[in-house]
Design a protein around this ligand. Structure first.
Ligand code: ARG
Length: 266
């Protein structure tokens, strides 16, 4: 049974190769021979490896469990890498550096609960989306800020270069926005009274509020958005391969299973 399947895959791969005139590095067979796909079909920064950039302070999308980076994005990336016959390696960096790392070919994909925006689309290609995000507003319990309108003239903490930063700056003015490298630093600034509110994605907001006393999330969806991976505009082939893998992982319920495992409602 398995042999037949393997023979069929080999046949399809050979035919595709003949049709497309594959050549070159014939020595690099798929990583550990474990996967459905042929790693040599895509070009990556390091042969046989899918190098992912993230900012691992964004639970439940990415966070440290001991020394390991886990979460929705890590699991989705692993499933995609398996499909493509690649080994996954994750690099943690500031959120602000991810797009540049992708653009300059230091990593293959940025996967970081990253919102698709028109501005970012000018620098990178986005994969198909895999999750929805909501920008939430966190305040201290008993705060006089009850809605987005009440934020006018208040100090707002955000994570640098995130969409929360962009919207807050647009809507309330740069002088009212304090940028922090990590979402959690913005939340600590709220706890210690340096800012009056934090605008950040809903799922990390839930997690930060659960781990810090005296904070609440306003019952308002400030902005709704979609998350996707970003890939260099110079590697359309990888974009297509990853979209193909994502489509299969959506179809067979893997992505939904990963989301259900981590996503919580308040
Ligand atoms: N969704 C927001 C954005 O794209 C925030 C993402 C922050 N992600 C992270 N891993 N820190 O701007």
């Amino acid at each position: 049974m398995k042999k037949k399947l393997l023979a069929a895959i080999l046949c399809v791969a050979t035919c595709a190769c003949l049709l497309m005139g594959c050549g070159g590095s014939s020595s690099s067979d798929s990583a550990e021979g474990s996967s459905q796909a042929d790693a040599s079909a895509v070009t990556t920064v390091t042969e046989g490896v899918l190098t992912m950039a993230t900012n691992a302070y964004f639970p439940p999308y990415e966070y440290y469990d001991g020394s390991e980076i886990v979460g929705i994005d890590a699991e989705i990336a692993k499933a995609v890498a398996d499909k493509l016959g690649l080994e996954l390696q994750i690099q943690d960096m500031e959120f602000d550096s991810i797009i540049t790392a992708v653009q300059t070919g230091k990593v293959d994909i940025g996967l970081a609960g990253m919102t698709v925006t028109d501005e970012r689309k000018q620098s990178v290609n986005f994969t198909d989306t895999y999750a929805e995000g909501i920008q939430s507003i966190i305040v201290k319990e008993g705060s006089d800020i009850k809605s987005a309108d009440d934020l006018k003239g208040k100090k707002i903490g955000v994570q640098l270069s995130t969409t929360g930063d962009i919207y807050a700056t647009d809507d309330y003015g740069k002088e009212n926005v304090e940028e922090y490298n990590k979402g959690n630093d913005a939340v600590q600034a709220l706890v210690t009274g340096k800012v009056d509110a934090v605008i950040i994605d809903n799922q990390p907001a839930i997690s930060y509020v659960a781990s810090n006393e005296g904070l609440v999330i306003l019952d308002t969806e400030y902005v709704k958005e979609e998350y996707a991976g970003c890939i260099s505009k110079d590697n359309e082939e990888l974009l297509e391969a990853i979209n193909g893998a994502l489509a299969e992982l959506k179809e067979d319920g893997t992505i939904q299973g990963i989301l259900d495992k981590y996503i919580v409602s308040e």
